[in-house]
Design a protein around this ligand. Structure first.
Ligand code: ATP
Length: 309
């Protein structure tokens, strides 16, 4: 009983931690090699980014459970070095794109390629090294800030950590804390705002310096000024270098300037194109856009009425 329950409990804990944080996943999987049956194929090779990070999904089908398909037939190409938005109704599988690309799960049919190399033939470690993520909720360990940011690249020096924090625009906040870089955060630690946490996530990713970047937009955590600020910060730091960047967006405005927007619905790519192409098409994207803007307008009007009272 003991032998059986221990690993199960352990897996349960690991699983919960994984759900909390996308960025933690790679390290947890790598360190503990549990929670996944996915291993390197015998002939696996390190990922060679010969084109700079082109991502291709080819007729991908996938479901977390056999009887509930999430993707039925998903195909798209994300050219290397472009900024792409993935949008669609809640639960359509936006974050699943990331989980498949990171190879936490495998498609039940179809193939995924990075620069022409099928995911299945790539060494996991080299794959995960090239993909960075700014998650919705940034996990902080109960440890000091220096350690929390260094997590992006464990061999980074103190100076490199500080430089990343400076670029991510969070260094001054840190310097103003009583214990500065030694301030304990995470559970029972100093309270850090959602915006500051996301800046630390940006600093982590800057240290990791991946060729492929996922940004998982927070649904609610940030107020709109902080949000605009953070996006500007991301554009200036992470996107100033050639990277393939994929934005999982709830607010369509976040990706209106993207080179390509992929709209997922009912397990398929419903439509794709630039913002203006999708707007003139008058399909799902257009109706989502109109709906979000009318909601924003209603909020503005309600606020104006309140203020007038
Ligand atoms: P949202 O916009 O609400 O963040 P999403 O489009 O990113 O959603 P996913 O997180 O990719 O959607 O999830 C797609 C579907 O798969 C959802 O219905 C979700 O409940 C389900 N799902 C996600 N992860 C798992 C899991 N580990 N096990 C079982 N079902 C899952």
């Amino acid at each position: 009983v003991f032998q059986l329950s221990l690993p199960l409990n352990f897996l349960g804990t690991v699983y919960r931690e994984l759900r909390q944080s996308l960025i933690d996943m790679d390290t947890l999987f790598n360190l503990q090699s549990v929670g996944t049956t996915i291993k390197d194929a015998p002939n696996a090779k390190p990922l060679a980014l010969t084109k700079g990070g082109e991502i291709r999904f080819e007729n991908v089908a996938f479901g977390y459970h056999k009887d509930r398909p999430i993707f039925r037939d998903v195909s798209f190409t994300i050219p290397a070095g472009t900024k792409v938005g993935i949008v669609g109704p809640s639960g359509c599988g936006k974050s699943t794109v990331f989980r498949l690309l990171f190879r936490f799960y495998e498609p039940s049919s179809g193939k995924i390629f990075i620069d022409g190399q099928e995911l299945h033939d790539i060494e996991l470690e080299s794959l995960r090294k090239e993909i960075g993520v700014v998650p919705q909720e940034t996990p902080l360990f109960h440890s000091d800030i220096m350690h929390n940011i260094r997590y992006g690249r464990l061999d980074a020096t103190d100076d490199e950590v500080k430089e990343a924090a400076r670029l991510a625009n969070v260094d001054r906040t840190i310097e103003s804390l009583p214990d500065k870089w030694k301030t304990k955060v995470g559970e029972r630690g100093m309270m850090i705002s959602g915006g500051e946490k996301q800046r630390m996530a940006v600093a982590r990713v800057l240290l990791k310096d991946p060729k492929i970047l996922f940004f998982d937009e927070a649904t609610s955590a940030l107020d709109s000024t902080t949000e605009v600020d953070l996006m500007r910060n991301i554009n200036q730091t992470l996107l100033s270098k050639a990277r393939t960047s994929i934005f999982i967006a709830h607010r369509l405005k976040t990706v209106a300037d993207a080179d390509l927007i992929i709209v997922l619905r009912d397990g398929r790519v419903a439509e794709q194109g630039t913002h203006s192409e999708l707007m003139s098409r008058g399909g799902l994207y257009r109706s989502m856009w109109d709906q979000q803007n009318s909601t924003l307008q209603e909020l503005d009007e309600a606020e104006a009425v309140n203020e007038a009272r």
